[in-house]
Structures are given as structure tokens and as C-alpha cells.
Design a protein around this ligand. Structure first.
Ligand code: SAH
Length: 214
């Protein structure tokens, strides 16, 4: 396991101050991000750069989301202890750990086997008990729903209907919607058949793709 030094802790504190300046106000989210060693989820060559506010490469041509994006999505999700949350796109597992730190019950899906294995290992090493699944997020987790909240961390060309079905009425989904660039949407399921959408800033995510990949 990597070491979490005073230097790392100092860099995290500075990163969180930067996130605050960029408009993140949720103190619980900031505290979680100040606590979690993001560099544990990255290759050792990114040891220090891990605390710059930028996306970085992980395995399988994917990226760990930029800290600002993680903070923004988590803030929109308004996580409460005990919330049952489905995450689509485990990737490195970093966003997953932020949700766990906020005491949510997390069910996270990843389509790349290599990433799934690594994220599972890193989360366990840090003592987080998220349930991780190697699968296709378009299908969701019908056996585990319904969920209070859903967070999608890849760019979705459209809202996956199976996922909406697995949300509770009154539940919310934070999803970057679009192909080349994505608009961050906060969707609220107001009845079995209706969603209400709020639109936020534009982001750039790796695409949400179908089918699992070994
Ligand atoms: N939250 C992650 C983001 C990783 S990037 C982090 O901060 O590390 C998005 C991830 O979504 C990638 O790992 C990609 O493989 C995954 N992904 C894309 N389409 C998917 C799908 N249909 N089901 C599950 N995961 C998917």
C-alpha cells in the first residue's frame, strides 16, 4: 500500500481550498475529499500530481475524474448517511470512496475487468465496503434496486431507461448527458413515468459504452 505522508495531506488541504474557491460549498464533501488519499487510486508516478485539480489517466484508456468534477457531482447528489446509491463507472474507485466516506450504501458498476479488479482492491485496502460489480451500467442492478440516488461518471448519450426504472419515486440521478461534451443534469423522478431535469455546467467525460470488456 502507498504511504500517506504529511506532504500528501498538505497538498489535499490546498486542493480543497481550491475547490472551495471554485464554488464547492458542501462542507461534508470537502471534508471527505480532504481525508481520502486520492494518490492511492493512481499509479505511483502520479504520487504528487494526484492533488492537482485535473483528470489523470488510469488503466484501459480511462480517466479518474477531475477533483472539481467529483466534488460538483457529489454536491449535486446531496448525499445523506444511509442513502442507497448506484454509481455507473467505478473507474479508479475514487468517487466511490467519497460516497462511502459520506456514509452512503454504494453499489458501483464498471465495464472494464482490469479497472473493476483494481478499484475493488483499493477500496478494500482503505476499508470502504462498497459493493462493486463487473457489468454493464446500461442494465443497472435490477436485483439490488430500487435506489435513492444514481450517479453516472461517464458521458451518457441518453438517459438509460433501465436505470430510471431502478430509481425510487422521489429519487435523483446526476448524469453528464451528451456525446462530445456533456451537460450535467440533475434528474428527479417525480412519478413512475416522469422525470424533471435541471441543467448545470458543461463537462467532458469518457463515453458510456455498452457491454462488459475483459
Ligand atoms: N468515477 C471514476 C470515473 C472513471 S471514468 C473515477 O473518478 O475514477 C468513467 C468510467 O466509466 C470508466 O472506467 C469506464 O470504463 C466506465 N464505463 C463506461 N461505460 C460504462 C458502462 N456502460 N457500465 C459501467 N461502466 C462504464
Amino acid at each position: 500500500m502507498p504511504v500517506d505522508t504529511f506532504r500528501h495531506k498538505g497538498l489535499r488541504k490546498r486542493l480543497c481550498a481550491e475547490l472551495r474557491e471554485k464554488g464547492i460549498t458542501n462542507e461534508a464533501v470537502l471534508a471527505a475529499m480532504e481525508k481520502i488519499p486520492r494518490h492511492f487510486f493512481l499509479e505511483s508516478s502520479f504520487d504528487v500530481i494526484a492533488y492537482e485539480d485535473r483528470a489523470l489517466p488510469i488503466l484501459c484508456d480511462q480517466t479518474i475524474s477531475q477533483p472539481y468534477t467529483v466534488a460538483f457531482q457529489t454536491q449535486l447528489l446531496n448525499v445523506k448517511p444511509g442513502d442507497k446509491i448506484m454509481e455507473i463507472g467505478t473507474g479508479s474507485g475514487y468517487q466511490t470512496s467519497v460516497l462511502c466516506e459520506l456514509k452512503a450504501q454504494v453499489f458501483s458498476i464498471e465495464r472494464h475487468k482490469g479497472l473493476f479488479d483494481k478499484a475493488k482492491k483499493h477500496l478494500a485496502e482503505l476499508g470502504y465496503t462498497a459493493k462493486t460489480f463487473f457489468g454493464d451500467g446500461y442494465k443497472g442492478l435490477p436485483a439490488y434496486g430500487p435506489f435513492d440516488k444514481v450517479i453516472v461518471t461517464c458521458g451518457a448519450p441518453e438517459v438509460p431507461t433501465a436505470i430510471v426504472e431502478q430509481m425510487k419515486v422521489g429519487g435523483i440521478m446526476v448524469i453528464p448527458l451528451g456525446s462530445e461534451v456533456q451537460e450535467m443534469k440533475l434528474l428527479t423522478k417525480i412519478s413512475q413515468t416522469e422525470l424533471v431535469a435541471e441543467t448545470f455546467d458543461t463537462f467532458r467525460f469518457v463515453p458510456m459504452l455498452e457491454k462488459r470488456k475483459f
